[in-house]
Design a protein around this ligand. Sequence first.
Ligand SMILES: C[S@@+](CC[C@H](N)C(=O)[O-])C[C@H]1O[C@@H](n2cnc3c(N)ncnc32)[C@H](O)[C@@H]1O
Length: 266
Amino acid sequence: MPKDARSPKKLRSNRAALRHKVTYALRHPERVGPYVRRAGRDAWLRIKHPDHVGYYRAVMASDARRNPEAAVGSQTHDRWLALGQMQFEYLIEHGLRPEHHMLDIGYGNLRGGRHFIDHLDAGHYYGIDISPDILIAAKKTLTEHGLQAKLPHLTITGDLTLDFLPDDHFDVVHAHSVFSHSPLNVIEECLSHVGRVLTDTGFFDFTFDRTEGTEHQVLREDFYYRTDTLLTLARGHGLHARFMADWEKRPHGQSKIRVSRSPLPS
Ligand SMILES: C[S@@+](CC[C@H](N)C(=O)[O-])C[C@H]1O[C@@H](n2cnc3c(N)ncnc32)[C@H](O)[C@@H]1O
């Protein structure tokens, strides 16, 4: 993460604004070519897949075939390792125990998932993702880390209604770097259904790209929300919701919100 990713200036910048793009291009001319190529590819994928999930699945297919670690947002293997460890340590500090049942939404190539699978009792990890290509990469990670005996469930989903999952089942639901790639209707779909699959004492943690300025998106790949927008959305679906200030101390560019059916001790 760049050191200033959460500086007041960065939190207010609008990456979709022409002025921002021009300034950025002048400061980083070497990134203009790759950006233009990505914008061209994405424009074509959006024509082929007008719905967001279909479009983002195609983005993941294209990225994961080249490099699954980069496809989940880690430019180096060391960063991939660090990001997985960071997710795991945070949930351990927040009480994740082996007997818990966990739902990992958007498991990617198991950057964080491999730690959760290792920690939890066999069969207690359930992962869903929209991308068949990332499922193949996830199975490779699972094999490389010798986690077969833990029998995790890894499956593909087309939406976030969670309708194939049981009531009152998951102690922890987790979505890391998923809503940072999601328009509001996808987030709302998840928030309107997640309460049903959570236990009464369970919680759902999700990260998001925070802005304190204008909400915006870049190439429909990266979405920036104000904290209040997401807290209000969750509360509108009868959930308790709070901003996780302790996550802000971690070297990660995104912020975190926790929602639950019942009020949780802070
Ligand atoms: C940046 S990666 C993060 C992977 C993993 N959570 C981690 O942090 O290592 C985002 C993942 O979310 C998946 N994804 C994006 N939108 C999704 C959605 N609406 N439902 C489920 N998965 C989604 C993508 O396919 C991708 O594997």
